[in-house]
Design a protein around this ligand. Sequence first.
Ligand SMILES: O=c1cc[nH]c(=O)[nH]1
Length: 224
Amino acid sequence: MVEPDLIQDSLPHNNYTDSDLGSNFKKLRITDNVRELQTVLRDKTTSRGDFIFYADRLIRLVVEEGLNQLPYRHCDVTTPTGHKYEGLSYQRGNCGVSIMRSGEAMEQGLRDCCRSIRIGKILIQKDEDTREAKVVYAKLPPDIDQRKVLLMYPIMNSGNTVIKAVQVLKDHYVKEDNIILLNLFVTPQAAKALVKRFPNMKVLTSEVHPVTPNHFGMKYFGTD
Ligand SMILES: O=c1cc[nH]c(=O)[nH]1
């Protein structure tokens, strides 16, 4: 199955600066380590085993940074040596939602950080006749309107799939500013479309680039 957002529907263009995307759009700090992960994922000679290994590492970094966007409260603890430590504890009431199928690759990274987090799913496919992105399936926590939502989708070309998925969340009364989109690679075109349409949603990515690694889902799940 070719995911609808993986169909590049216009010429790539790179005429943007990060500041055009507003303060809710965030990119990982690009260290040499992060650049290496991105390089391996883009390299056509990368084996499937290495691809999964490096993808999981990059996903983990994006997930950990995503957790930084959630609310925390003060929490003092006592150390084994009897010292008081002024710490933080996350506020309950978060959930994940993966956009099938490639978003499911990010679920384990989220579970590895948040042991018992609820994870919902949304399936969007392109209608064969109209070519429009259509919602086929949505299974979401019943109290999702009370939660912060970590929405997961690794590759965005046009942004249409994610726009449709965010609309599903909003139809379930999720507030736009309670949504944090976790993504690995996005085109400037999709980044602009998303921040324009949903200015209060937080978007976190590892790279904005006119060419995205569209083989991601097929290589990760071994369906090529
Ligand atoms: O929901 C959350 C957020 C941060 N850490 C967790 O373990 N769970």
